[in-house]
Write a protein that binds this ligand. Structure first.
Ligand code: URA
Length: 417
């Protein structure tokens, strides 16, 4: 097979065969083709697209480029969620303990912050001792004893994606529905899933501003999952406001615990229940979502979900009491309202950037995160504010960050006239 001919074909808008796509992916791993050739094919895919069949073949080749987990032998449904990324999105940390309460197995492989969005792995690393990298043996033990884990992507999961993504990142080829589908699903399907739900964030804090923009991605993901025999459901959710009241790694862990102990902000509750109930129905645990939601309320009220959270975090080495001590004296700064007015909403992406300014995320790849940094929102959309009334609390170990972050935060507020 000849990479030059494959490039010519995609350049000329022709459909590639499964063999050609496998050859490309395998050659990427083996180093038999140059980075220029990889970049050229990615750009051709980005411009000319790929059919459902080609997208399936690409996902399959990328998935089989590495190791796969398989916990179906445990004899329980295996499920997971993927989020397209938002601000204050801590749902995975709440969803896992809820699903564990219903004997659903959740082998979640998660990522770090990307752009203005926070990453689940960064949030978990704010917990002192929490191990995001587990060996095969440790994963097996974790899954057999607890039934769930959240880990970072290891070197051996979808290695082709690692190479391809690093080239997409610098060649303006991230924005391709085919490439996004293959990238996300080659990692998610490596978990050996029965069911996957996609939290499709739509709005000012999301990558997609309208559902229309995400329709093609959903179609491709549906087709690929169906080919793999994995039940798939995309759920569009509102990302026009930060989710919940806290943005920032440790702050979000605090909010997760509040939720699991019954103190759930309404916006976060609605979306978490929607995703959890959908998965429980997809896993045939309950007949419909109304029953599922009722049962979720019960496991929260009984404390079972919170117990599962504590067991899971401890079993991956996390120490909550020590973390609480570590972050107890984080410097704070109160942001006050400059007017008597109602908050209409937020430019949510800008709230994400304000949190990054405080140290909660990375501006460049190797930046060190301040896990204590972030924002507590005291007012949200629809709330009335009186001049000089506190509207948010900023947290950062480096107090020099407060001034700029305050400006960014204030600029992100949309006031009602
Ligand atoms: N997340 C991924 O893992 N891959 C993409 O291509 C986009 C988002």
């Amino acid at each position: 097979m000849n990479i030059y001919k494959i490039l010519q074909k995609k350049r000329d808008k022709l459909e590639l065969t499964q063999e050609e796509i496998s050859f490309f992916v395998q050659s990427t791993i083996d180093g038999n083709i140059s980075r220029e050739q990889i970049a050229a094919l990615l750009m051709a895919i980005c411009i000319n697209g790929m059919s459902e069949g080609e997208t399936f073949a690409l996902t399959q080749a990328m998935l089989y480029s590495g190791a796969q987990l398989d916990f179906r032998y445990i004899g329980k449904p295996v499920a997971d969620k993927h989020s397209t990324g938002g601000v204050g999105d801590k749902i995975s940390l709440i969803l896992l303990p809820i699903l564990l309460s219903f004997d659903v197995v959740v082998p979640m492989i998660s990522g770090r912050g990307l752009g203005h969005t926070g990453g689940t792995i960064d949030k978990l690393e704010s917990i002192i001792g929490y191990k995001v990298n587990l060996s095969q043996e440790e994963m097996k033990h974790q899954m057999e004893t607890i039934g769930g884990m959240i880990v970072a992507q290891s070197e051996d999961i979808a290695p082709a994606d690692r190479i391809i993504y690093s080239i997409r990142d610098i060649t303006a080829t991230v924005e391709s529905d085919t490439l996004i589908t293959a990238s996300i699903l080659s990692k998610k399907l490596a978990e050996g899933l029965d069911a996957l739900v996609l939290d499709l964030k739509i709005g000012s804090g999301a990558f997609y501003q309208t559902f229309e923009q995400a329709k093609n991605l959903v179609r491709l993901m549906e087709a690929v999952c169906s080919n793999f025999g994995v039940r798939f459901q995309a759920i569009p959710t509102n990302m026009n406001n930060p989710l919940g009241n806290y943005v920032g790694n440790w702050l979000e862990v605090v909010e997760v615990q509040n939720c699991l102990r019954g103190d759930f902000p309404e916006d976060l509750k609605v979306i978490t229940f929607e995703l959890a109930s959908e998965l429980l129905v997809m896993c045939n645990i309950f007949e419909n979502k109304i029953i599922a939601i009722n049962e979720i309320e019960n496991v929260l009220a009984s404390g079972r979900a919170y117990d599962n959270f504590l067991r899971w975090i401890a079993s991956q080495g996390g120490n909550i009491p020590l973390s609480e001590k570590e972050y107890a004296n984080t410097p704070i700064y109160i942001v006050s309202s400059e007017r008597d007015a109602k908050i209409k909403g937020f430019q949510t992406k800008e709230i994400g950037y304000a949190a990054i300014e405080l140290g909660a995320g990375r501006k460049v790849a190797n930046d060190q995160i301040d896990f204590a940094a972030g924002i507590k929102l005291l007012k949200k959309n629809g709330d009335s504010c009186v001049k000089e009334e506190p509207i948010a609390v900023l947290f950062a170990r480096d107090k020099a960050k407060f001034e700029t972050a305050e400006k960014m935060f204030k600029n992100a507020i949309i006031w009602e006239n």
